[in-house]
Design a protein around this ligand. Structure first.
Ligand SMILES: [Zn+2]
Length: 242
């Protein structure tokens, strides 16, 4: 069972020194290939909406289709039609753009995110990304725990996959933990700061401003070094495909 950590877009936001990315994962499981987040999709490059044009402008995003999940999957020797499941941390436009490239896949999402976005989409979302009416699978908390976190185990997956609601960045944001041999990969998505540097977020900053979960995650990895953190936006040097 292989877990690929991939970059779907190079970004260099204005007014920062960041040379970053938009991260997604491709996981081989007993239920076929699973994508965790999708980056931006082919249509976002070929026929971008106004909102997507602004996003790409302000983030000084890379061009070209070769980084889309649809193309990277094939470059790694897989077939896009073998993506049976997508797990989406949240529906912001830089994470959900690839949904429409895999219209046959079931899309797993924390119910709070789905309910919020469908009722009150904001400028951070691009409804075109789910215009094809995906086969949504909405998940609710049922009292399970992953370490000390309220979490939802996605049933029947080997390796184990857990959805861990860490809300704040979006109303129903959920991180995703994947069993990786003896350890875990915690794909924190946008609940984690750039490059997963939870050590750089002071507690007061987390309390009043952003990355509210960083102190808890820092404690988790200090106690459990077998948990490896991956953020929704990692530095370019992190990747196997850069
Ligand atoms: Zn986001």
């Amino acid at each position: 069972m292989t877990i690929h950590i991939l970059n779907s877009l190079k970004i260099k936001p204005y007014l920062t020194f960041i040379k970053g990315s938009v991260t997604f994962l491709l996981v081989e499981t007993n239920q076929g290939l699973v994508l965790i987040d999708t980056g931006i999709g082919r249509r976002d490059h070929l026929h971008p909406t106004q909102r997507m044009r602004y996003y790409k402008y302000f983030y000084r995003a890379s061009k070209g289709l070769e980084r889309t999940a649809f193309h990277l999957v094939q470059k790694l020797g897989y077939r896009p039609e073998d993506i049976h499941h997508i797990i989406i941390s949240h529906l912001h436009l830089d994470h959900a753009g690839g949904l429409s490239d895999f219209p046959w896949a079931k899309v797993h999402i924390y119910k709070e995110e789905y309910d919020h976005v469908m009722a009150r989409p904001s400028w951070k979302y691009e409804p075109e990304h789910w215009e094809h009416k995906p086969d949504w699978v909405q998940h609710k908390l049922t009292g399970e725990k992953w370490f000390d976190f309220d979490a939802i185990q996605l049933k029947g997956f080997d390796p184990e996959i857990w959805l861990i609601p860490l809300i704040g960045h979006s109303p129903g944001h959920a991180s995703v933990a994947i069993r990786d041999g003896e350890g875990w990969i915690l794909y924190g998505s946008d609940a984690l700061p750039y490059n997963a540097r939870v050590d750089l977020v002071p507690r007061w900053f987390a309390r009043y401003f952003m990355y509210h979960h960083a102190p808890c995650i820092r404690e988790l990895v200090a106690a459990h070094p077998e948990v490896r953190l991956v953020a929704g936006h990692m530095a370019l040097r992190f990747y196997e495909n850069d």
